[in-house]
Design a binder for this molecule. Structure first.
Ligand code: F6R
Length: 239
């Protein structure tokens, strides 16, 4: 694991976007794992501005809320259209998100795993980190060997994400379909981006603390090709 410090949020975002852009230029048929959340909004804005082509790229998002259809403005499908897909030349047939509307979520989860494997696995997975230490929606006590499945969201996560739901944590869906920790670790490369003081303590636990299912993000310590890009505030609790 390599810690990549950046002096400001903008610099951290720019480094992350540049890394993705360069992987896409080197391998236009990249299989790219995507994340949502506030941290990623500016990464996607920079990727759009870069003009890099997504025409041959296949994408897999980490997660989707259960019960929100893709047309719901708070779904992650809508987030991705708004911030990235509507502004680049991606082939819609190559876009993949977990189906949070499936009648049988375990069938949808197994199908998602099959689609990832069918694409040859993920080349580069982009990650944020939640205040509860999650990657994807792998909430505390997610098994390190977990695969795509539905997870109940913790109150910390629902409070963190309430901004998108009129500030009301109760309006945030209670469950999400998410890639598992092991699914994420199977990606050939990981890049985790964190910014801001609110993430400092959990970032320190994830990268310097013990490997523990209490902080799913600590699992990235096991990955041999992983960059953690941090602005000065997010890095401020590191030893
Ligand atoms: C979203 C996701 C989450 C977020 C994390 C950080 O697809 O997988 O793990 O990356 O919750 O969210 P923000 O960036 O909003 O702080």
């Amino acid at each position: 694991m390599e810690i990549v410090p950046a002096p400001t949020r903008d610099a951290a975002v720019a480094l992350t976007a540049k890394l993705i852009e360069s992987r896409l230029r080197d391998k236009p048929n990249l299989v790219l794992g995507l994340a949502t959340g506030r941290t990623m909004e500016e990464v996607y804005a920079r990727l759009v501005a870069s003009g890099v082509s997504f025409a041959r790229c296949t994408t897999f998002n980490l997660d989707e809320y259960v019960g929100l259809p893709p047309e719901d403005p708070n779904s992650y499908a809508a987030y991705m259209r708004h911030h990235l897909f509507d502004h680049v030349d991606i082939d819609p047939a190559r876009i993949n998100l977990p189906d949070g509307m499936a009648d049988d979520l375990s069938v949808a989860a197994a199908d998602y795993e099959r689609r990832i494997a069918g694409a040859g696995g993920i080349d580069l997975q982009l990650l944020g980190i939640g205040e509860a230490g999650h990657i994807g929606f792998n909430e505390p006590l997610s098994a390190l060997r977990s695969r795509t499945r539905d997870k109940i969201l913790t109150p910390v996560t629902r409070a963190q994400n309430a901004g998108m739901f009129g500030g009301d944590p109760d309006a945030v869906p209670k469950r999400a379909l998410t890639m598992g920790v092991e699914t994420i670790l199977e990606s050939r490369e990981l890049v985790l981006l964190a910014s801001g003081r609110a993430k400092a303590s959990v970032v320190a636990k994830a990268v310097e603390g013990p490997l523990t299912a209490r902080i799913s993000a600590s699992a990235i310590q096991l990955h041999t090709h992983c960059k953690v890009i941090l602005d000065d505030e997010a890095a401020s609790d590191l030893e």
